[in-house]
Design a protein around this ligand. Structure first.
Ligand SMILES: *Cc1c(COP(=O)(O)O)cnc(C)c1O
Length: 427
């Protein structure tokens, strides 16, 4: 399938171009030129495996640009860790998306993207260059580990990521390189931009990005909605999604637009409430970003919201009927963390707790017969600090070995473009 830019619908790009480009040349987000529709979905939910179902949903976007057997193996690799649904209370369950290598749902999109870039780069030299404030870098690094023909370089602000995050970035070795920059995240980001602006360097290294708006990170997020619906079908499901950039909930809405049976979506934000205010007032007015305890959602101008509006426009969905947004304060989040821990014996992270609080508000306002499936987006151990007033999460066994691993392929550099360039060319 071809893709257009949401800034200019006349030009068309292949899936490969959309993946390797991340963002259209005019700065717009890529969007598929039509929304496919999956036939006989109820039968397929019974008859097909989760992996086969996921292939059905993703294949139309990829077209013949990746052969179906190779695509199937990419889907298998993407789904190689468990996605359990834990019952938390009578009508609320948590779909835990954090049993992957970096303990957050971003592992799923990052892994699919890595495999696609690996497939498309072939024998050409490709370098994925990213700056990270902590989380994205780990997911991307793990996704690309061992992918042939692709080298990954991650810049992170020295001393400003957590111990666990640093281990996730710096101990992988193989094709993964890390650079601890003596500067803050914004400076790391600026250095990456400078590299992309250096045409000769970009050419020489085959530079590409692993940006979160990449279609190959966005669309595979449909997979866990599909897995959950397969498991719970025919129960009517309301998905409750902790939302920052709105990529996650937008993937669920895409799956719904393609025919996946879902009753409703709830988008749960923290105090960064641009979308909830927009749906109430009709004015899209981002305000300065607030710092909260669910900091992966501290985003006031969510880049994927425009994709949700595009889906709604194409399918004739009323935005308010499709998705109800709630904004939850830190205080409400802490209250919910307490309730979950003490009353339901469930250890949630702050992002997941924001979604539980939204589900509770919604259930009070609309007491319908629905099963709430809250997306558990991160393991609580990743947010140990913020959780301290409530409880101390246990380190899961599969993470323990990471803490004893030694740093490899890691260099410390001052924030100096010349030195960075020299280092990149020497890898
Ligand atoms: C990235 C992230 C989110 C927000 O997801 P979006 O797709 O940006 O809406 C929520 N929770 C956690 C833990 C995250 O890392």
């Amino acid at each position: 399938m071809n893709f257009y830019s949401l800034n200019n619908k006349s030009a068309r790009y292949t899936f490969r171009e959309a993946v390797l480009g991340s963002i259209a040349p005019d700065g717009g987000l890529f969007f598929p030129e039509h929304i496919p529709s999956i036939q006989n979905i109820s039968e397929k939910l019974h008859a097909l495996s989760v992996e086969d179902l996921c292939c059905e949903f993703i294949q139309p976007f990829v077209g013949n640009e990746i052969p179906s057997e190779a695509l199937r193996s990419i889907v298998d690799k993407t789904l190689s860790f468990p996605l359990p649904i834990k019952q938390v209370s009578d009508k609320k369950a948590c779909l835990e998306l954090f049993h992957g290598p970096t303990m957050a749902f971003k592992d799923i999109g990052a892994r699919f993207l890595a495999e696609c870039i690996g497939t498309f780069s072939g024998s050409a030299n490709t370098t994925v260059l990213v700056a990270t404030s902590g989380d994205t870098g780990g997911a991307v690094a793990n996704g690309f580990l061992g992918v042939k023909g692709v080298r990954v370089v991650i810049l992170y602000p020295k001393g400003m990521v957590s111990r666990l995050q640093e281990k996730q970035l710096t101990t992988l070795g193989d094709n993964i390189h890390a650079i601890a920059v003596d500067a803050d995240f914004d400076t790391c980001q600026a250095l990456v931009k400078q590299c992309f602006a250096d045409v000769a360097l970009k050419q020489e290294l085959g530079l590409t990005s692993a940006n979160s708006i990449n279609v190959a990170r966005w669309l595979p997020q449909m997979f866990y909605y599909i897995a959950a619906v397969k498991q719970l079908h025919p129960a009517p499901i309301t998905f409750v999604v902790p939302s920052g950039n709105f990529g996650n909930v937008c993937a669920g809405i895409m799956a719904y637009a393609m025919g996946l049976p879902v009753q409703h979506f709830i988008a749960a934000t923290n105090m960064n409430d641009t979308v909830p205010r927009f749906l109430k007032t009709g004015n899209y007015m981002p305000q300065p970003t607030h710092k909260t305890i669910s900091n992966a959602m501290d985003i006031s101008d969510p880049s994927n919201f425009i994709r949700i509006r595009e889906i709604a426009a194409i399918k004739g969905f009323l935005l308010n009927g499709l998705m109800t947004p709630y904004s939850i304060s830190d205080e409400e989040t802490y209250q919910m963390l307490h309730t979950l821990y003490h009353d339901y014996h469930y250890e949630a992270d702050p992002h997941t707790a924001v979604a539980f609080a939204a589900a509770e508000q919604h259930a009070k306002l609309y007491p319908t017969d629905t099963t709430y499936v809250v997306l558990g987006t991160a393991h609580p151990i990743k947010f140990e600090e913020a959780l301290k007033p409530v409880y101390t999460p246990n380190l899961p066994d599969y993470i323990r070995p990471l803490l004893n691993k030694k740093m490899v392929n890691t260099l410390q550099l001052p924030a100096d473009f010349g030195l960075l360039k020299k280092h990149l060319l020497s890898l």
